[in-house]
Design a binder for this molecule. Structure first.
Ligand code: NDP
Ligand code: 8X3
Length: 246
């Protein structure tokens, strides 16, 4: 029987690339996101591979529980929906932006996980792949709460594994570095010039690279758990510590 992957944030970037890649490998898809029109387009594009589309804001707790509890036979939950907003220093940030990142990247991921986990534990199989970020391990100016939310994803993933010891349910934190998607357009609130500058003159990761990595993670033998993977483009690396000099 074909396996099923449930993807949050399937309307763009990594989520969309995963939908396309997993469909090409014969998987069934449950696709979610807030933009209903894009979900419909994907369904038209991917046809019978799409088991269901669910228009859903992951930060709406009751909706997530209602929709996810009605699902059965899910093999993989890809907790991908997320965003960064702004790059200002902490004292200039719009507090609403911080709250939106916490509501989406932390609370949304929590809700989706908690809503689906009982089924996975009961069936004693399944895999939760959480999309973290290099920003969860490595600080940078303006990363403030975004990086904090991804550090949560990293530690939550590890703690889930600790809770799940004794079951066959697997958990992975996949932490990408710079990748070209709608991520920067969202971060800069539609300012396409600023978004383009992020990738200018460099070769970032492509969403397809992440889709192939997710596929590799979930197709390891059933006794193997990939705890964490960090993936960066060759054109990106760490800088030295900064020193302020007068
Ligand atoms: P995109 O902006 O291209 O895609 C983000 C997806 O998340 C969209 O499908 C969007 O769908 C969905 N989404 C956002 N908010 C919500 C919400 N409240 N409820 C449901 N869905 C939501 O960015 P990426 O593909 O790059 O980002 C995917 C994930 O990867 C994010 O978690 C991001 O933090 C992470 N990441 C990105 C990196 C990058 O450099 N691009 C690097 C490391 C991690 P819709 O708007 O339709 O709801
Ligand atoms: C996205 C990567 O470096 O813009 O998580 O934070 S970064």
């Amino acid at each position: 029987m074909a396996k099923t992957i449930l993807i949050t944030g399937a309307t763009s970037g990594f989520g969309k690339a995963c939908a396309e890649y997993f469909a090409s490998q014969g998987w069934q898809l449950i696709l979610t996101g807030r933009r209903a029109e894009r979900l419909k387009q994907l369904k038209a594009e991917l046809g019978n591979s799409v088991r269901q589309i669910i228009t859903l804001d992951v930060s709406e707790r009751d909706q997530v529980f209602k929709q996810f509890k009605a699902l059965a036979d899910v093999d993989v939950l890809l907790n991908n929906a997320g965003l960064a907003l702004g790059l200002e220093p902490a004292w200039e940030v719009d507090i609403d932006d911080w709250e939106t990142m916490v509501d989406t990247n932390i609370k949304g991921l929590m809700y989706c996980t908690r809503a689906l986990l009982p089924q996975l534990v009961k069936q004693n199989s399944g895999h939760i792949v959480n999309i973290g970020s290099t920003a969860g391990s490595w600080p940078y100016p303006g990363g403030n709460v975004y990086g904090g939310t991804k550090a949560f994803v990293q530690q939550f993933s590890r703690n889930l594994r600790a809770d799940l010891l004794g079951s066959k349910v697997r958990v992975t934190n996949l932490a990408p570095g710079m990748a070209e998607s709608e991520f920067s357009e969202v971060r800069f609130k539609g300012d396409v010039e600023s978004a383009a500058k992020v990738y200018q003159g460099a070769e970032p990761l492509r969403p397809q690279d992440i889709a192939e990595t997710v596929y590799w993670i979930v197709t390891r033998p059933a006794h193997v758990n990939i705890n964490a993977i960090e993936v960066m483009p060759v054109d990106q690396a760490w800088g030295p510590f900064s020193v302020h000099r007068t």
